[in-house]
Design a protein around this ligand. Structure first.
Ligand code: PML
Ligand code: MG
Ligand code: MG
Ligand code: MG
Length: 246
């Protein structure tokens, strides 16, 4: 594979997170990618940034190619009042306490949004990452051909937002994380998702309209997996979502 560059943008206002984005592109793609990140950071519904950082890093490590999430589903949910119930249905195979799922739901739908994900143990229910801004999944992108094929098979997923979420969820599922819970922090985008057993299920009306809350939680079993290795993989290992689909 030709040399790749990781491009990472984050923006904030009064030190509060506004937006972030990650891409991995060849040299020829750097210009366009940076330009679109600048546009994106200045036109975010969460506010007008007073700080934008864009970092370009040459990838020196070997790039791992992984398959995208195999199954994409949508659960029916017509109101925020039943969102928690929808989430419980999806997480049922894990046999978690209802009160635990409720607290996770509340963190990502009503809490202060941070830029990274919280890593939480499925048994002790404790947060395991010792990071102020959570775990930031970095160094990932789609292989163009795989992305096109994926869209052909999943036409509902043809938006930049969903495709970025699915690439990230694919890396997260590959890392040893058991389940991922996400709610968009965009005040006008209230859909979230849960990924479990290589299935990505969107949940409409996950939070109230106009809410700037949002976030991600990664559930891990710290007795069965090495948490440090998972964090290292998510933050550092370059991953391309590629290969044949269908
Ligand atoms: C985000 O906005 O950053 C999170 C993406 C959520 C996508 C949910 C979906 O439509 O499946
Ligand atoms: Mg974000
Ligand atoms: Mg966002
Ligand atoms: Mg255990």
């Amino acid at each position: 594979m030709e040399k790749l560059y990781n491009i990472r943008m984050r923006s904030s206002e009064n030190q509060q997170h506004i937006s972030g984005a990650e891409r991995m592109v060849h040299y020829e793609g750097i210009h366009n990618c940076v330009a679109s990140m600048i546009d994106r950071s200045f036109h975010h519904k969460r506010g007008e940034p007073d700080f934008i950082s864009i970092k370009i890093e040459k990838i020196k490590e070997e790039v791992k190619v992984i398959s995208p999430i195999s199954t994409i589903e949508n659960i029916e949910n017509y109101s925020v009042n039943s969102a928690l119930c929808a989430m419980m249905k999806i997480l049922k195979p894990l046999n978690l306490q209802a009160s635990f799922i409720q607290s996770l739901y509340e963190i990502i739908t009503t809490g202060t949004s941070i830029s990274g994900a919280l890593l939480i143990d499925i048994d002790s229910q404790e947060r395991l990452d010792a990071k102020e801004n959570g775990v930031r999944v970095s160094r990932l992108d789609w292989q163009e051909k795989t992305k096109e094929d994926f869209i052909r098979w999943n036409p509902d997923c043809n938006s930049e937002r969903k495709l970025e979420a699915i690439a990230l969820a694919s890396k997260v599922q590959h890392s040893g994380v058991i389940a991922e819970l996400c709610c968009s922090d965009d005040p006008h985008y209230t859909t979230g998702y849960v990924t479990l057993k290589n299935t990505y299920t969107s949940i409409p009306h996950m939070k109230e309209e106009n809410s700037a809350s949002g976030g991600r939680i990664f559930l891990v079993d710290s007795e069965q997996t090495n948490v440090e290795e998972i964090i290292q993989f998510l933050e550092q290992t370059p991953v391309i979502v590629g290969g044949k689909i269908g």
